[in-house]
Design a binder for this molecule. Structure first.
Ligand SMILES: [Ca+2]
Ligand SMILES: [Ca+2]
Ligand SMILES: [Ca+2]
Ligand SMILES: [Ca+2]
Length: 620
């Protein structure tokens, strides 16, 4: 309760904002900002729009298809394009920890609730291993539902009837109890019958078993996906194995805050640093690699027919990405021309590069620090990674095919090697018919190598470092060529470019080469890599998430409070990841506050066209 007014929630909102106004005004004056801003703020606080606010418009329509988050990731859309994409023929290993530990002993409750209707026709195997009788886990049941659940007649009291369909309902999944997996398959080197490994298990340390999993990824081309963790402040590290160099680390994007369950399950904002762990790793690598929604409707672990919700956890974002990888694997296995995307030599790098390169850039996406000074040396956003999973665009990049020689298609991928003596750079020349308002994105991924037995020490990799360049090229005048962007992180095994095309140039060269550090060595270097590239329309600014900083579906004084707090922290030199550079000029300052104020009062269902129109009208 508010001590100033002792009153209702609405009145609390009033007095809280009122006090905040004076606090802010004092701060702005202290910092020497001009009086006009204070005047503008006063005007803002006198308008009635900010009082109690308006709830997010309710969505009363039945949720026809669940988990609704698969709409947001383009997965259901992809299945509409190709209904055969159900994961058939794909093998996924899901490593699940026992949910309960007693006196430090795992209790072997790691299984899915196979009694649930949604698993009736699913192809699930269990690999036990502990002395205790295996039992069901809520966490594993939820992950299983997201991957292979299928129920044409689902029902939830707040959603009505729905059809449930996981990401890869026809895939084979083998569920491994964590310790058995570590002992037999990592330590013992037993061969794993799977193309994809997904794990929603994490530790803060780069332990021997994490490096063992990285070794399998590198040696077998195994696609490994894991949740990055749900750290709540800057002191919470990103978790391994998601933070491992050869793993696809997945962060979670938040649901909109709403009392309507269908809205809560269907509308998503960004990954926020208070919920999704923030990179870099202690050795300076960007993590996560990609983000996805985690809040899904999932089968209950204790019933045959009921469903519950997971909440915004990276544990459930990971199977969204693992499943999407499964759809790509299914396609790549079925087409001889695409087989190299799933090769045991570097296939995991190709799929990782395609998933990252095709990800949708959310509002505020930027490399490393807010400032642009580090953009050539830091590959990804420390919270959003390469962006949000876009299964449909990933599929389009896959089927665009492998590079066709020096002059190649505008969208595609490659699985190749580069050798410092014979061929120290690989060049991909692309042509773009219309260069206006186009963005060129390219992603380069390679594996780190580890010894093949316990304790799986890293093999020295300091000199294998690659870099990625983008050149604007004039085929008739070599003197006019110039380096338009490059990515050369020192510590990452991912390089990423996301660069507007130059309207004066229609030909570009994407160049994979060794970094300067690598070129100074005498060693005979050869490095296999996966590369994906794409050209598409410039990122839209039509998103309420530029302004709705507390993601409750409306833009009001609460967002203002978040922005001003972040501005103060940025001004004080805080190192934490802060949202607030609304005009994307590399600094959070008063100009961002002004942009936010111009958008006050935006409200309603966040996917509402009217909101989007209003936002775009004001911005352009
Ligand atoms: Ca930056
Ligand atoms: Ca590099
Ligand atoms: Ca808001
Ligand atoms: Ca700014």
């Amino acid at each position: 309760m508010c001590v100033e007014c002792g009153g209702s929630a609405q009145f609390f909102g009033f007095c809280g904002s009122f006090l905040m106004f004076f606090r802010l005004a004092a701060y702005l004056n202290k910092e020497g900002w001009f009086g006009g801003v204070v005047f503008a703020l006063a005007t803002f606080f006198l308008t009635p729009a900010w009082g109690g606010g308006t709830a997010v418009a309710s969505d009363t329509s039945p949720a026809a298809l669940q988990p609704a988050a698969l709409n947001h990731t383009g997965t259901f859309h992809l299945r509409q394009i190709d209904p055969e994409l159900t994961g058939r023929g794909v093998n996924i290993a899901a490593v699940c920890r026992s949910f309960t530990y007693l006196d430090g002993q795992p209790q072997n409750d790691y299984r899915l609730n196979m009694e649930h209707t949604c698993f009736l026709d699913s192809n699930v195997g269990f690999v036990d291993g502990l002395a205790f009788e295996p039992r069901v886990s809520e966490h594993s049941t939820a992950i299983g539902g997201i991957l292979v659940g299928r129920d044409p007649n689902g029902y939830h009291p707040h959603l009505g009837h729905f059809r449930y369909e996981g990401v890869v309902p026809d895939a084979r999944i083998d569920i491994y109890e964590f310790w058995r997996f570590i002992v037999n398959y990592v330590f013992g080197g037993k061969e794993l019958q799977a193309e994809i490994l997904t794990m929603s298990v994490g530790t803060a340390f780069d332990d021997w078993w994490v490096r063992g999993i990285e070794h399998i990824a590198e040696a077998d081309g195994l696609i490994v996906v894991a949740g990055i963790g749900n750290g709540s402040d800057v002191f919470d590290p990103v978790l391994y194995p998601a933070a491992g160099a050869n793993v696809i680390g997945v962060g979670v994007i938040d649901s909109v805050k709403s009392h309507e369950l269908s809205t809560n399950l269907g509308v998503f904002s960004l990954a926020h640093p208070e919920h999704s762990s923030v990179g870099p790793t202690s050795d300076g690598r960007c993590k996560p690699d990609i983000v996805a929604p985690g809040n899904c409707l999932v089968p209950d672990d204790n019933s045959r027919e009921e469903y519950g919700t997971t909440g915004n956890w990276s544990s459930f974002a990971a199977p969204m990405v693992a499943g999407a990888a499964g759809l790509l694997v299914q396609k790549a296995k079925s087409e001889p021309d695409l087989n190299l995307a799933v090769s045991s030599e570097g296939g995991n790098c190709v799929i990782k590069a395609i998933l990252m390169n095709s990800a949708t850039k959310p509002p505020y996406w930027h490399k490393g620090a807010v400032s642009k000074a580090d953009d050539h040396y830091v590959s990804l956003d420390y919270v959003q990674g390469a962006g949000m999973l876009n299964a449909k665009r990933a599929y389009e990049q896959l089927i665009a095919g492998r590079a066709r020689g020096l002059d190649t298609q505008a969208v595609g991928w490659d699985n190749n090697t580069i050798t410092i003596d014979d061929r120290p750079e690989n060049v991909y020349r692309i042509s773009i018919p219309t260069t206006k308002q186009k963005i060129i994105t390219a992603t380069l991924v390679w594996n780190r190598a580890y010894e093949d037995e316990y304790p799986f020490k890293p093999l020295t990799q300091a000199v294998d470092d690659l870099q990625l360049e983008l050149w604007a090229v004039d085929p008739n005048n070599g003197d006019a060529d110039y380096l338009i962007d490059y990515s050369d992180s020192v510590s990452n095994n991912v390089e990423h470019i996301h660069c507007p095309a130059d309207p004066n140039y229609s030909t570009y060269e994407i160049v994979v080469t060794f970094s300067d550090v690598a070129q100074t060595t005498d060693a005979a270097l050869s490095q296999r890599y996966g590369l994906a590239w794409d050209v598409h329309g410039i990122d839209s600014r039509d998103s309420i998430w530029w302004y709705d900083l507390n993601y409750d579906g409306k833009v009001d004084s609460l967002d203002f409070t978040v922005l001003v707090d972040n501005l103060k922290k940025a001004n004080e030199g805080a190192a934490e990841y802060l949202l607030g550079d609304i005009n994307a000029d590399g600094v959070i300052d008063i100009n961002d506050v002004i942009v936010l104020m111009n958008h006050m009062g935006l409200k309603g269902q966040v996917t509402n066209d009217r909101v989007v129109r209003e936002v775009s009208k004001t911005i352009h």
